[in-house]
Design a protein around this ligand. Structure first.
Ligand code: ADP
Ligand code: MG
Length: 538
């Protein structure tokens, strides 16, 4: 037997669990069942795709409670773990962003729902147990299995274990009952049933206790919306997203005919902390005829909608489908187009049916959605339709449609100015004449704004025009034609002094209080983009 130390981050996390910063301890059982369900999926998949020899005729999860001994056991006959895997998966937190996770968790003392965002998983057992034993054997291995045990402090023990069946058994030695004043005990039959029903009803494998099956096992996406409660959808959402906050919007889709599929999508109500990190998990879960095939299928949803969570169940794909094939599959591409269309139209509907929800959506995800303007010319219109922008017209964001409606008599273009912050843009000298003349200007301050404005030529027949570029034709006479008059010598002097640094010095009526400003040519890059490129060393 070996005694090993938990990795430092794991120890910190355990520490938080032992001191139970989370008030709803029931979720430990959901986490164990969720892991068991994953392990059963993995075994079935290993048999299907890798030809692993395994008995998958009775995949199930079993719960046993012993009130006398104060133990609760969750057993699955899934893929199991090797000894090395136990050390790696249970002894460390392999996921990226651990430091951030921990700071967030510490803050979570005030905001407990944050915990769910990270799916603390297996360690949540230490909220209710003072000792946890895990016995496992990996499918496809012969001989002994592995026994792991810990009291949740700094160390755990690991040892070989004889006569272990394939799969994983986890036994919780529950804390003494009088430690908290709960009216129930986690060995109570009704309590176990209640938790399973509440959090894990949709799990697709039977969850048994004695001879009884506790869950309905119905695939949520296959049931008509009218028959599923919001609570059921929310639990399912938590299961697949690890986000504790209820989703903003639920989308059901069903296509029949030549290519059948069902989809259940969720738009979260807030952006995950890693929305703009490269290594973040993204994509949807892919099922084929109710059989789980893979997580994080990026092929099913474009990157700019990476925050959308959910499941796609396609009837006509091969169970053996690989990621490589997925990328080229025409049906998958078709599903992807339909999902995009549906997500965008759902948001559009929200704009009129629930402006508050729409505002939340755009605040959380607008920055990501705008990336779609770079990659999908076909979707410029639906994306711009759901976009809103800060504007000099009041403090509330505006849609382009509303901007166009307010355009002044004779105004033919949509004016915008990009910059780092609202106040920087508002105080720009470029703004002066526009303010003075009462023209509305969009204030674009997200980094992506610098780029998409060049990819989008127009909206509703009106050009999008940076007021920092070229001669903006505010008064009908051309700026270049402004007579130099008495200013000729001054302009000449300035041009000579500034020499190489400017192309031209000219009079302008675009300024009202500033003496001078820098303008780039109409087809030059915007000043902010220039700065961004320079920062990137280009
Ligand atoms: P997560 O499920 O989010 O990965 P957990 O802490 O719940 O995080 O579990 C950590 C890892 O331990 C899992 O990813 C899985 O590889 C492994 N594991 C946990 N429970 C089981 C189980 N019952 N069977 C096989 N592997 C498991
Ligand atoms: Mg888990």
């Amino acid at each position: 037997m070996e005694t090993l130390e938990f990795q430092a981050e794991a120890r910190q996390l355990l520490q938080l669990m032992v001191h139970s910063i989370y008030s709803n301890k029931d979720i430990f059982l959901r986490e164990l069942i969720s892991n068991a369900s994953d392990a059963l999926d993995k075994l079935r998949l290993a048999k299907l795709q890798d030809g692993l020899e395994a008995d998958t005729s009775d995949l199930h999860i079993e719960i046993e409670a012993d009130t006398e001994a104060r133990t609760l056991t969750v057993r699955d006959n899934g893929i199991g773990m090797t000894r090395d895997e136990v050390v790696e998966l249970i002894g460390t937190i392999a996921k990226s962003g651990t430091a951030e996770l921990l700071t967030k968790l510490k803050e979570a003392k005030e905001s407990p729902e944050l915990i769910g965002q990270f799916g603390v998983g297996f360690y949540s057992t230490f909220m209710v147990a003072d000792k946890v034993t895990l016995v496992t054997r990996k499918a496809g291995t012969e001989g002994h299995g592995t026994r792991w045990e810990s009291e949740g402090a700094g160390t755990y023990t690991i040892d070989d274990a004889p006569d272990v069946p394939i799969g994983t058994t986890i036994t919780l030695h529950l804390r003494p009952k009088d430690e908290d004043d709960a009216l129930y005990d986690y060995t109570d039959e009704w309590k176990i049933k209640e938790i399973v029903k509440r959090y894990s009803d949709f799990i697709s494998f039977p969850i048994r206790k004695g001879d009884e099956v506790l869950n309905s096992q119905k695939a949520l996406w296959a049931r008509p919306r009218s028959e599923v409660t919001d609570e059921e959808y929310h639990q399912f959402y938590r299961h697949i997203s690890h986000d504790w906050t209820d989703p903003l919007e639920i989308i059901n889709m069903k296509a029949e005919g030549t290519f059948e599929y069902e989809a259940l999508l969720f738009i979260p109500s807030r952006a995950p902390h890693d929305l703009f990190q490269r290594d973040a998990r993204r994509g949807l879960q892919l099922f084929v005829k109710r059989v789980f095939i893979m997580d994080d299928s990026k092929e099913l949803i474009p990157d700019y909608l990476r925050f959308v969570k959910g499941v796609v169940d396609a009837a006509d794909l091969s169970l053996n489908i690989s990621r490589e094939i997925l990328q080229q599959d025409r049906h998958i591409q078709m599903i992807r187009r339909r999902l995009v269309k549906k997500v965008l139209s759902t948001i559009k509907d929200l704009m009129s049916s629930n402006p508050e929800k729409y505002a939340t959506f755009w605040r959380e995800f607008g920055r990501a959605v705008k990336e779609g303007l770079l990659s999908e010319p076909d979707n410029h219109k639906p994306i711009l339709e759901i976009a809103s922008f800060a504007t000099t017209h009041g403090s509330e964001p505006t849609t382009l449609a509303a901007y166009v409606e307010r355009m002044k008599e004779g105004q033919e273009e949509i004016y915008f100015l990009t910059g780092e912050s609202r106040s920087q843009v508002e105080n720009s000298p470029h703004m002066e004449a526009f303010q003075a003349e009462g023209y509305e200007v969009l204030i674009l301050t997200d980094p992506v704004d610098e780029i998409w404005v060049d990819a989008v030529p127009e909206w509703d027949g009106k050009k999008l025009r940076s007021i920092a570029r070229g001669a903006v034709d505010l008064k009908k006479d051309e700026e270049e034609k402004e007579p130099e008059g008495d200013f000729g010598p001054l302009l000449g002097f300035l041009k000579e002094k500034l020499d190489e640094r400017v192309k031209e010095v000219r009079l302008s009526h675009r300024l009202t209080t500033s003496a001078a400003c820098l303008v780039s040519d109409a087809d030059d890059i915007t000043p902010a983009l220039e700065k961004m490129y320079r920062a990137m060393g280009q």
